[in-house]
Design a protein around this ligand. Structure first.
Ligand SMILES: Cc1cc2nc3c(=O)[nH]c(=O)nc-3n(C[C@H](O)[C@H](O)[C@H](O)COP(=O)(O)O)c2cc1C
Length: 185
């Protein structure tokens, strides 16, 4: 059985090769609003949804992240540069910092938000990559300046980001691992 929601979920894949084309502003607004609709522990909405379309800022963050990578995980540097840097040439991204949450923190809530962003994007024909390594951009000397420019709240912690754009070369979803499913009757 399929429907447009299932089709969007099941056709998503991680895109690491973007063209310069910027998604329409209306689509980015729709995606950001879809994120706002997410459930969260205790309904606290313990995150911010920051849509970044500024090329200069993204490039500066990318360079900073690569410099941190060179220091902390040099074995990943060449492959990351080869695919266009930390942000893979994506024209925009949504940064999702975490705010203080319930007893379990806000990491689960942040995860729900980034997957919702990825699925909403796919439903609009926009490719995506959830990025944990975007956090590296905040670990260098310019990290606090990036937080200021992005409008991080004072009590916000770095969470995940989602790169958004259009694949240069379309990829495919991963194979389904059916043995992960069990049914207990
Ligand atoms: C929490 C999280 C963090 C991730 N961080 C990165 C990352 O920093 N760099 C990257 O290339 N992919 C990242 N990914 C993408 C995964 O590598 C990808 O989802 C996985 O390889 C499966 O591929 P698929 O998304 O195409 O199904 C991340 C995914 C998740 C869920």
């Amino acid at each position: 059985m399929s429907n447009p929601t299932i089709a969007a979920i099941m056709s998503r894949y991680t895109c690491r090769d973007y063209s310069d084309k910027m998604p329409p502003a209306d689509d980015l607004t729709t995606i950001a609003q879809a994120a706002l609709s997410c459930p969260s522990g205790g309904g606290k909405l313990p995150w911010q949804i920051i849509v970044v379309k500024n090329k200069e800022l993204m490039q500066a963050m990318d360079e900073e992240g690569l410099a941190v990578m060179a220091e902390k995980m040099p074995q990943r540097l060449e492959a990351t540069k080869a695919r266009g840097g930390l942000f893979c040439g994506a024209p925009c991204m949504i940064v999702v910092p975490m705010l203080p949450g319930g007893p379990n923190g806000s990491m689960f809530d942040c995860g729900i938000v980034v997957q919702t962003i990825a699925i909403a994007a796919r439903s609009l024909g926009i490719d995506s990559m959830i990025s944990g390594s975007s956090a590296l951009a905040f670990q260098g000397p310019r990290g606090d300046d990036f937080k200021r420019r992005l409008g991080f709240a004072a009590d916000a912690q770095v969470g995940l980001s989602v790169l958004l754009g259009y694949a240069k070369t379309p990829g495919r979803p991963h194979e389904l691992c059916m043995d992960k499913i069990s049914v207990i009757e």
